[in-house]
Design a protein around this ligand. Structure first.
Ligand code: PSV
Ligand code: MN
Ligand code: MN
Length: 381
């Protein structure tokens, strides 16, 4: 039963994790980094080949701009992977200094909206069902702009995008407490995202990026609440120690990841309706192994969450047995699930140790020799 559910898990890796990245201080170039979106997909296919559970790749436009998106999707399929969410990017042009869809100038708002609509065209061309929207929009100083009117401008753009969505397509709205705006962020929290999505309709849901909250925020509560309302569309998984660090998921706080996965399962969100995506950068560690490790971290947290004895937990909760209920959860968390996952991989023809198998495969040596001048993933993503 647990194994069947684990076999069905699907974790999406981001194209930008394979490119060079860094902080606002320095982008560190690594050997063998992809030179174009086609090569990013080849690397993502390696993550899937060794883990067996990473069959789709998210694109970020224009970082992944190509002449033919249909051709890119064909290339993905030839490698055994598919195109996942299309991520819009209305944050890196000079025009967006004061915002994108909430900018005071209607011409800039139009430009941003056109980009979002183009992303839906790319969904059509690639067969992607998910548009992921994150806005860097906000203000730095009190009085800088009318913060209420900015909500009207945001709602207008979202409505236009929503109307453009086709059958089987949806939009996910991502929130983030701050950065790059430091005073007001136009979509700062799950409540704002939820309110906009609620107005839009069933095809609009909230995406929870685990690095986008104030320290100490109880993310699993947000997950439980959004699932209860049918408004949890997916995750951008990563780890944070301070702000939006984009470190490997499960590295900073594996217990939090377990608690989140438990609420996903408890709330009926373990299935295709809630997308498990990674949104990370590997600034100092090698990228493909960084992604493999991250996929395994999510898988381990999921396995532990699936092992929770829900009947025992419910009984302890009913009886008001505080320590007993807590112990049920901790028993599952403290289980070493690595042997189970090794067995699961072996049963599906995979190496039980994906990290070691990738290291032995010779893929890194091959790309390091072949690829010169790898592309930058973006920055501070
Ligand atoms: C913003 O910080 C964000 O989390 C959004 O998802 C962007 O699309 C992404 O980072 C880029 O890595
Ligand atoms: Mn994100
Ligand atoms: Mn982020």
């Amino acid at each position: 039963m647990v194994k069947d559910l684990l076999r069905r898990q699907h974790i999406e890796t981001p194209s930008w994790a394979y490119g060079n990245s860094g902080t606002r201080f320095k982008v560190f170039a690594q050997r063998g980094v992809p030179r174009d979106p086609y090569e990013k997909l080849s690397d993502a296919a390696q993550v899937h080949a060794f883990t067996g559970i990473a069959p789709t790749v998210a694109l970020h436009i224009p970082w992944d701009r190509v002449d033919s998106y249909a051709d890119l999707a064909r290339h993905a399929h030839s490698l055994g992977v598919g195109i996942g969410a299309i991520n819009s990017n209305v944050f890196q042009d000079d025009d967006y200094k004061l915002g994108s869809v909430t900018h005071p100038d209607p011409a800039v708002r139009r430009k941003a909206l056109d980009h979002l609509l183009e992303c839906v065209d790319i969904m059509d061309a690639t067969g992607s069902a998910t548009l992921k929207l994150w806005f860097s929009d906000g203000t730095n100083y009190p009085g800088q702009d009318d913060i209420r009117e900015r909500q009207d401008r945001l709602a207008f753009a979202l409505e236009r995008v929503y109307e453009r969505l086709g059958e089987g397509q949806r939009l996910l709205l991502e929130y983030k407490l701050f950065e790059p705006a430091f005073y007001v962020t136009d979509v700062p929290d799950w409540g704002t995202a939820y309110a906009h999505c609620l107005r839009l309709g069933d095809k609009a849901q909230v995406v929870v990026d685990t690095g986008h909250h104030a320290p100490g925020t109880n993310i699993e509560f947000i997950v439980a609440f959004l699932l209860r309302e049918g408004k949890l569309g997916g995750f951008d998984f990563n780890s944070r120690f301070y702000a939006d660090d984009d470190l490997m998921v499960g590295a900073a706080d594996p217990f939090q990841l377990f608690r989140i996965m438990f609420e996903v399962i408890r709330g009926g969100g373990y299935g295709p309706q809630v997308a498990f995506m990674l949104d990370q950068c590997h600034n100092i560690e090698p990228k493909i192994p960084g992604q493999i490790r991250s996929v395994m971290n999510v898988q381990e947290a999921t396995a532990k969450a699936l092992l929770v004895d829900r009947d025992a937990l419910a009984a302890a909760q009913r009886e008001g047995d505080v320590l007993g209920a807590n112990a049920v959860l901790m028993d599952a968390y403290n289980t070493d699930v690595r042997p189970l996952l090794g067995e699961l991989r072996a049963e599906t023809g995979l190496d039980p140790d994906p990290m070691a198998a990738y290291a032995r495969s010779g893929y890194f040596e091959k790309i390091a020799a072949e690829r010169v001048g790898g592309a930058q993933a973006g920055w501070g993503a």
